[in-house]
Design a protein around this ligand. Structure first.
Ligand SMILES: O=C(O)CCC(=O)C(=O)O
Ligand SMILES: [Fe+2]
Length: 298
């Protein structure tokens, strides 16, 4: 199924693609990132995975169950910022080397829910995310020459790890970081970009999207508790799986309803996600060393 794909090599989005973004809620640029760049990003993801393993085994072997500052066996410091333990499935937010690791467990194995401000620990992830081919479209979609770089995040989805993202609009996440989030440009004030690192399919937990921005904008979906009501309000019957290829970039509007299911295939599904907001929209603090700073979009 072909949906809103832009096959262009120029950095600038054609007018029709900008229009699609504001009606359909997303646009896909095919082949934006070269294979050698994707390979380097995956190497960074591998390093982060090793760091996550180190943190997780240290935390579990030492029965760490209180917030605070700790040290690994090589004396490297880390902070446990948040713990939610409900019996077997603990959730830990761990700050280490400038990034925040959101770790958990499933079937007594480590699960990486996400690595927030991943470039804090692997600077190439920031470098590769601040290239014109990503920033110029962001500038067009935000209608701004500058932006606050809020998100630089790696999502791993491995077979059987159960990682899923419930139906949401990204504006919900923005509000969760700062109650005073404001749509300063009147068209959402935020763009989320997904750099595809593995081909995505319905089996490996690709994004499911509802095409078409809701006229109300922010639907405050976190307040809709009844699943039937959610189905109606968010038009979930119209959702479809957006299948993407390595090197593609998805640009998504903050009011687009989307979610993703667990990876039930043997193929890993990794994404490098970046989020940019109009200066003035965000007033909250973001985790990670150097996050949420204003950058030039060129
Ligand atoms: O990784 C995914 O499947 C979804 C991620 C997402 O929607 C988000 O981070 O806002
Ligand atoms: Fe999202």
């Amino acid at each position: 199924m072909i949906h809103n794909n832009v096959n262009i090599c120029q950095f600038i989005l054609p007018d029709y693609a900008v229009e699609q973004f504001f009606t359909d809620g997303y646009v896909v640029c095919k082949n934006r990132y070269a294979l050698d760049e994707v390979t380097k990003i995956k190497q960074c993801a591998d390093h982060l995975r090793q760091k996550a393993e180190l943190l997780y085994s240290h935390i579990t072997e030492n029965n760490i169950n209180e917030l605070g500052s700790y040290a690994l066996s090589d004396d490297a410091a880390f902070d446990v910022h948040f713990i939610n333990s409900n019996g077997e499935n603990n959730l830990y937010y761990v700050d280490y080397e400038g990034a925040r690791f959101i770790l958990g467990s499933a079937n007594a194995k480590m699960v990486i829910h996400r690595i927030v401000w991943a470039g804090g620990a692997e600077p190439y992830l920031l470098e590769v995310s601040r290239q014109d081919k990503l920033l110029r479209p962001v500038s067009q979609l935000l209608r701004s020459n500058t932006a606050d770089h809020l998100i630089n995040q790696i999502h791993f989805k491995m077979q059987g790890d159960g990682v899923e993202f419930k139906w949401h609009q990204d504006v919900m996440n923005r509000r969760s970081y700062g109650k005073r989030w404001a749509d300063v440009n009147g068209t959402g004030s935020f763009v989320q970009t997904f750099i595809v690192l593995d081909d995505t399919t319905s089996e490996n937990g690709t994004l499911n999207l509802v095409k078409g921005l809701p006229p109300q904008g922010d639907l405050f979906l976190e307040t809709v508790k009844d699943s039937e009501q959610l189905r109606k309000v968010a038009r979930l019957d119209e959702a479809f799986p957006l299948e993407l290829n390595v090197g593609d970039v998805l640009f998504m509007h903050p009011y687009t309803v989307h979610g993703s299911e667990p990876n039930n295939s043997s193929q890993i599904r990794r994404l490098l996600i970046n989020g940019f907001s109009c200066p003035g929209a965000n007033k909250g603090d973001y985790p990670g060393v150097g996050s949420a700073k204003e950058i030039d979009l060129g």
